[in-house]
Each structure stands twice: as C-alpha cells, then as structure tokens.
Design a protein around this ligand. Sequence first.
Ligand SMILES: Cc1ncc(COP(=O)(O)O)c(C=O)c1O
Length: 384
Amino acid sequence: MSSTPPADFGFDAPFDRAGTGSSKWARAETPGVIPMGLADMDLPGPPAVAEALARRARHRAYGYTVCDPAGRALVARWYRARHGVEVDPDWVLLLPCGPRTALRLLLETVRGTFRPRAPVLFPTPEWGGFAQLCRAAGIPFQELPLRLTPDGYRLPGDPLPRPAAVLLSNPHNPSGTVWPTGVVRGLAGWAADSGALLVSDEVHGDLTHPGRPHPVAVTTADPEHRHHVVTLNSVGKTFNCSGLPSSFALVPDAHLRTRFTDTMAGFGLWEGGLVEQTVQQAALREGGPWLDALLAHLVAARTRLTDRLGPAVRSAPRASYLLWLDAAALGLPPATARRALLDRCGLEASDGAEFGPGGHGALRLNYALPRSVLETVLERLDRL
Ligand SMILES: Cc1ncc(COP(=O)(O)O)c(C=O)c1O
C-alpha cells in the first residue's frame, strides 16, 4: 500500500525576500547579516493564499466590498477544527486593519464604555506594542512586571488598581509562554468583578506547538464573565501575512460590538474589505495542512536552538517562533547585547529593552527560518 508523502511547502531552501520591501530585512544593516529581529517569517506562506490573491487580482475591479457573513462562520469553523471550541459566529468582527490598530480601536471603545480615566494594565516584558500604543495615544497605562521563576514566567499576584482594561499577550510575545487555562479564567473573572475588559491578544495562538492547547479567552472564561472578555486574532502571524490590514475580534457582548463598530465608523472603517477577506478566507479555509507542516518545522528549529543555547533561554517557548534569551548567559554585555551579537555573529536580534520592564539584558531571536539558514545560524553561534 502506498502512502502519500507529506507536502513540501519549501521550508528547507533559502527564501529570497530581496526587492519585496521587507521591513525585517531593512533592519539587517549590513549584507550578510541574518535578520532575526522582527516577528515575521522567512518562509513561504500557504500556496492557497497566493492563488486566491492572484485570482482576485485578475478581476480588475477593486471597488467597495461588502462584508461577507460567510467569513464569520469560517472563523467559527476554524476555532472548532483547530482548538475544539465553540465560537458563536455573531461574536466575530472582521476587521480591515492589523491587530495593532484593532487594539487601538478597542481601547478607544473601552474607554468610552468602561472607565474613561482608569489606566490600561499589562504584564511586561511584552512585545512593545502595548506601551508604544498607549503612549502615542495618550492613554494612561500601568506595567505589571512578570515574575521570572526557574519554571518560566508567572503573572504578578494581584493585578492592582481598578483598570479600564487589562491586556494579555497569550501566547506571550516575547517568551512563547502559553498562559494556562486557570490563569485566563481567573483574569476574566477579575476583569468582570472590577468592571474592566480583558483583551486577550492571541495573534500567536494558532502557532501553539503541537500538544499545547491554546486557551481561547472568550471560550475559556466562565460564561457569566464572557461579556468582559475580547479575543483578538489575525491570520497575520499564523500565515505570514502581517503586512496586510487584516484581523478579527471575538466579542461576545453585543453592546460592545455595536460600540466597537461605531468607533470604527468614526475612523472611516467598516467590517470586511477586499484584500483582508480574500486572504483570511483562503487561509482559514485551506491553510490547515500548511500550518501543520509549519509547526513541525518550527518545533524542529526550536529544539535545535534550545538544545544549543540551553540555560540562556529565559523561558521555554511553547508557541510561535520567538526565543527569549539572557544576554549575559550568552556571554554578551547586557547593555549592548544586540550590537555585540551583530558584530560577533552577524545575527540581528530584537533588543529586550524595547519590551518594557523585565526586558533589559534580554534578546529576542526569531527562528522562523529555512532549515539551511538555521544551520548557518547555529554555526555562527559558535563564535559567541
Ligand atoms: C502579540 C502581538 N500583538 C500584536 C502585534 C501587532 O501586529 P501588527 O503590527 O501586524 O498589527 C504583534 C506583532 O508583532 C504581536 O506580536
């Protein structure tokens, strides 16, 4: 009996991004440097997405597009198939913007709905966007340093004052920690009791490594707390299309959905959109086998690197493609570690200082690389 060989999605060979305007490669500074900073993948995305875009592009009318309600059912189907949870299609808002803008719109809505002057809380280190966004928008915020234990990160005990919202990056960027079900459920209950909103940013949630369940906040929360919870997700990180203006929010509270839609209207935005619907629908409908192959590739890369770097890994990653490292344990000067890694090894990392309190002396390395490039990275790490 013959068995079908696994599909080859081209994750082994180098993938040349020259001439594509890649922001990650623009940061590499010098020819020959391998950029491992920004969170997108040097791996080809799902063929189904490219085909859907090409098919749609061939029809040369790109006028106003209605929001296709089938897109909501597709999101619900995705959650059932990938995470085994029931999402009501009515909860789904199909957003014509990336997750960062979606967060800003949500905060705008929350501050009108919950407590306008209360701060937004979030644990740090975090991917940098929460603080950056609040600072730029003039939204008061309070950072809650995570506790680093021998078993990885833990949330601080009491989330303190009564906030307007609490933001959680789950899985956690930068460390790849998957906050467990009990933690998410507890935070949702706490948010409901404090009259705040829990915004669970789950853009790395579809990238939890095999065997690691991803607690989707809106379905993990007790049903009576659900109205104080939003899950934010996108196909951007999962399917390597973060440059496209696409995301979706799961908002169980009907009043909040209406308020959110009103906020969007205030910025001239409406649900749906040509490019984002084309990409999102192709990815969610046909991208499963590609994602399975990607996860196998990422786990293999993670294992090679964590075996090699051992104690320098601050917290063992259980999701996505990011490695959070202690510079001193790598033999790098903590204050100038990014520069030192660039000079010694020709590897460009993100500087932990950009991730807020708890990030100093750390580096974040993105290992979503073709296998052949990963081999070069491992060789260069010998220069440490
Ligand atoms: C956890 C998290 N949330 C949100 C974003 C923002 O995504 P975008 O810049 O595509 O809107 C990122 C990007 O790295 C992220 O890692």
